[in-house]
Design a protein around this ligand. Structure first.
Ligand code: NI
Length: 176
């Protein structure tokens, strides 16, 4: 297994929708293993293929109940709303309170190409929505309100210039 470098904000691969997987072969299985290894190494609770530069519609996850993989996932149902502080391995050390659906259902395939449905609430639901967003070429930044987005861009610009967050007037605790 191998740990991939995780692509971060500014990398165009994060803005492109991933392609539907059609080959359920050993290459896909190896990619899933490597992505899990990369996710645990980070550490994070979910990782989409384009976060390691692969344009395949697949993500891996583990919110504490063991590893999981879903291929070609589509959000197929949702209910309620839940606000929680959310971060992303591709936008390191920043986090914002974000409202998402409280419960969701995701339909896709397992690594053998068999139908797979995952349902989850709260943290699980949040992770599922976050990862499906990645595969659609969307980062959590697209869920920020105007003010949050302005602050986020400022923090990211400062970082790109090599300035520390301590100078940005941002007193939020980094969480991911
Ligand atoms: Ni993310």
């Amino acid at each position: 297994m191998a740990v991939y470098p995780i692509r971060t904000f500014g990398d165009p691969v994060l803005r492109l929708p991933c392609a539907e997987v059609t080959e359920f072969d050993v290459t896909l299985r190896r990619l899933a293993d490597d992505m899990l290894e990369t996710m645990y190494d980070a550490p994070g609770v979910g990782l989409a293929a384009n976060q390691v530069g692969v344009q395949k519609r697949m993500f891996v996850y583990d919110i504490g109940d063991g590893p999981g993989v879903i291929v070609n996932p589509v959000l197929s149902g949702h209910s309620g709303e839940w606000e929680y502080t959310e971060g992303c391995l591709s936008v390191p050390d920043l986090a914002w309170p974000i409202v998402r659906f409280a419960e969701v259902r995701v339909d896709g395939r397992d690594l053998d190409g068999q139908p797979l449905t995952i349902q989850g609430s709260e943290l699980m639901a949040r992770m599922l929505q976050h990862e499906v967003d990645h595969l659609d070429g969307r980062l959590l930044l697209s869920h920020l309100d105007r003010r949050q987005h302005k602050d986020a861009m400022r923090a990211l610009r400062r970082r790109a210039m090599g300035l520390s967050d301590a100078d940005s007037g941002d007193d939020r605790e980094p969480v991911r």
